[in-house]
Structure formats: structure tokens, C-alpha cells
Ligand binder design. Structure first.
Ligand code: FMN
Length: 176
């Protein structure tokens, strides 16, 4: 099975996960910016990864149509984010925002917690995070998940780990 990992990464977290997955599966890897329908035509399996920005998986909207008329190509998605892996409800909401009900059943999807890098963020993203952080800190009656998020986004952190790729790697190996 010919596999390619495509990634969209602003601050490097998704790229690192894409590299780990491609190394483990010994397959090709390319950045989102270089992808066209023609360039992925030869692959049996396309693994797409993007960072989550305000609930949206970066680049997924552009990738989906490239796979739309290729029923034989296995399409798998992973998303990286600062949401703690234990916050299942938040992560499930993210999937529902990014996929239709049909897609949710058809497209295997995996979440990998990564972190946050204020140093590598662009100006507007930094502004947005600071505003979000301030809004959360002012909010009364925060849920446990909101308290967790508030603490997580105060500063840059990196908890990405190669072990988080295990479920997706296992899944792909079972397809072979
Ligand atoms: C403006 C902004 C919005 C973000 N929104 C979310 C979010 O909704 N959910 C989440 O889990 N992480 C969120 N994050 C954290 C990123 O998803 C996380 O750092 C991700 O791994 C970035 O991937 P990249 O470095 O490959 O672009 C956000 C980060 C920024 C800068």
C-alpha cells in the first residue's frame, strides 16, 4: 500500500507528528502547500494532519475535495491541539465541527495533544490566544475543562510525544 502523509503546520507541532508517522510507516510526506490532486493520485492511502485553530482543523477544507472522487483511496485524518487528550467532549465537538455525520463514520480520525508556542505564532494568532486566555480567566463558574484549558494556554508548552502516534500507526498497519 502506497501511503503519503500530508500536513499543514503553522508552529511546527503537526509537522513533527507527520514526520514521526512517516518515519514509522516508512512512507512519503509532503506539506499541504505542495499538494494537488495529481500529486496524490498514485497513493492508496492519504493521511492528512492539521493543527486545530479555533475549533477548525487547518487545511482540511482544501484537502477533502481532492479525495472526494477517489473511493479507493483510504483517507485518514489526524489533528493536533492544545486541548488535553482527556477532554473527550471538547475533542468530539471538534470532530463534529469539521466533519459531516457521514464523514465521521467513513474517515478514521485521531487526536494528538501537542502544545502551544507563543514564540512561533503569528501576530494575529498571538492576539487571539491572549484574548481567549483573558476571557477564560474572567469567566465565572468555569467547568473543569475550562479551568484545564485556562491553565494550559497561559504560556508556551510542548507535551507532544511520539507515543501519541501509536493508535494511528497501528490502524494504518491493519489496513495493509
Ligand atoms: C489562534 C489559535 C487557536 C487555537 N485553537 C485551538 C483549539 O480550538 N483547540 C485546540 O485544541 N488547540 C488550539 N490551538 C492550539 C493549536 O492547535 C496547537 O498548538 C497545534 O498543535 C498547532 O499546530 P501547528 O503548530 O502544526 O500549526 C490554537 C492555537 C492558536 C495559536
Amino acid at each position: 500500500m502506497k501511503i503519503i502523509v500530508i500536513y499543514k503546520s503553522k508552529t511546527g507541532f503537526t509537522k513533527r507528528y507527520a514526520q514521526w508517522i512517516a518515519e514509522e510507516l516508512k512512507c512519503d510526506m509532503v506539506s499541504y502547500e505542495k499538494v494537488s490532486a495529481a500529486s496524490i493520485a498514485e497513493y492508496d492511502c492519504v493521511i492528512y494532519g492539521g493543527g486545530i485553530y479555533a475549533g477548525k482543523i487547518g487545511g482540511l477544507k482544501k484537502i477533502k475535495p481532492l479525495l472526494a472522487n477517489k473511493p479507493k483511496t483510504k483517507f485518514i485524518v489526524f489533528a493536533t491541539g492544545a486541548t488535553p487528550s482527556a477532554a473527550e467532549e471538547v475533542i468530539n465537538t471538534t470532530w463534529k465541527v469539521n466533519f459531516t455525520e457521514e464523514e465521521l463514520e467513513e474517515v478514521p480520525h485521531f487526536y494528538m495533544q501537542s502544545g502551544l508556542s507563543y514564540e512561533k505564532m503569528g501576530f494575529f494568532d498571538r492576539l487571539m490566544m491572549k484574548a481567549f486566555s483573558k476571557m477564560l480567566s474572567k469567566k465565572e463558574d468555569k467547568s473543569t475543562e475550562e479551568v484545564g484549558t485556562q491553565l494550559a494556554i497561559i504560556r508556551s508548552h510542548d507535551i507532544s510525544s511520539k507515543e501519541f502516534i501509536e493508535p494511528i500507526v497501528k490502524f494504518v498497519r491493519l489496513q495493509r
